[in-house]
Write a protein of this length. Structure first.
Length: 358
């Protein structure tokens, strides 16, 4: 028996920048997916989560996405991509254990993919770099699951480092880790509206971004500065302008955010998070009323430095940066005020920034 583990991630700044060849700041968190498994000695593949009553069986020589058991696609898709890359892999058995909430925008899907890659690597004695793993897992999500995500989730899960933020440049495909300031905590708050990226909005936003870049004569929105965007504003449909403004602004906020992290300016960093959320709400329209309420509540609480939606959006969770000594009080107040205002229960997680896959 072998085990492999891959964490979820929280996106700190740089929303929807990854597939626009841009930059992102993220962190791996101390919640994730553990896989325990072994080779089956044949092409038989059995994956499951016995606690959740899930089990799926297939043949490594005839792989195709499952519609009925779509959770299995995250694991089987990685096997499929490994095979397409000519790697010597075949049947395996894997049991899933997870303490990562699903549908919260914390990349439980990437954690499943990356943990599968780590397990296959152990079972079949492969020697892949973390970047190769992240890229193959992204390909599994793109081609087998059918979500055209960028590299953020898989790279964050693969490259996480305790007490460090991850700076990912999605064009250069480079990763740098930056020490995260001390004395602050990250509170993740699920709004209770599950986020579903297979719902079509994600791929639609992606196309709108590509269209805006083309209209601006740029290879990607990565190449557009806010000054250039303002100069081209008159020639853009209003919707394209707002979509572009979000991505261009996020890229710039990431670069400023790095400066703030380097000099320990957590207030400055927090303000960028609030600005990021406002841009999601107004420009990119990937927020949800519940997420807006959470950010608004956070903004009014002592000790809160910043708050924004994290990940794809359209539901899911917010991430709030706060001073450690206020953590317990903020958490309590968030839950109570959210319940009072919406009638829904928020689920909160105080997270540590943790190491990546192993
Ligand atoms: C999801 C995707 C990522 C990224 C974020 C938004 O998490 O999987 O690739 O695009 O949304 O930043």
């Amino acid at each position: 028996m072998q085990t492999a583990y891959a964490p979820g991630r929280v996106e700190l700044l740089g929303n929807h920048t990854d597939y626009n060849e841009g930059v992102v700041l993220s962190a791996a968190i101390d919640r994730g997916v553990t896989l325990t498994g072994e080779k089956t000695g044949s092409s038989r593949v059995v994956v499951g989560d016995s606690k959740a009553g899930l089990r799926y069986e297939t043949d490594a020589d005839h792989l195709a996405p499952s519609k009925e058991q779509d959770w299995s696609n995250y694991l089987v898709g990685v096997l499929d991509v490994f095979k397409k890359n000519g790697l010597p892999v075949s049947g395996f058995h894997a049991e899933i254990q997870s303490n990562l909430p699903q549908g919260a925008g914390l990349s439980s899907s990437a954690a499943l993919e990356v943990s599968t890659a780590m397990l296959l690597q152990k079972l079949y004695g492969l020697d892949l770099s973390r970047l190769q793993i992240a890229k193959m897992c992204r390909r599994a999500e793109n081609e087998f699951v059918g979500v055209n995500c960028g590299l953020l989730d898989q790279a964050s899960s693969a490259f996480g480092k305790a007490a460090h933020a991850i700076f990912l440049d999605c064009r250069a495909e480079t990763v740098e880790t930056i020490p995260f300031p001390k004395g602050v905590e990250l509170l993740i708050t699920q709004c209770g509206v599950p986020h579903r990226l297979t719902g079509g909005e994600y791929n639609e936003r992606r196309l709108q971004c590509f269209d805006a870049a083309a209209r601006l004569g740029a290879k990607a929105l990565r190449d557009v500065s806010s000054a250039q965007l303002e100069a081209g504003k008159a020639s853009l449909p209003e919707l394209s302008y707002r979509r572009a403004a979000h991505v261009v602004g996020e890229n710039e906020r990431v670069m400023r955010g790095i400066e703030y992290l380097r000099c320990g300016d957590v207030r400055g960093f927090g303000e960028l998070m609030f600005a990021s959320h406002e841009s999601s709400r107004h420009n990119f329209e990937n927020s949800a009323p519940e997420l807006d309420v959470l950010v608004e509540i956070a903004r009014g609480l002592p000790g809160v430095l910043g708050s924004r939606l994290t990940g794809g959006g359209f539901g899911g969770a917010t991430v709030t940066l706060l001073e450690r000594e206020h953590a317990a009080a903020v958490r309590e107040a968030m839950e109570a005020q959210y319940l009072a205002r919406t009638g829904n229960h928020a689920i909160t997680h105080l997270c540590e920034i943790a190491d990546g896959a192993r």
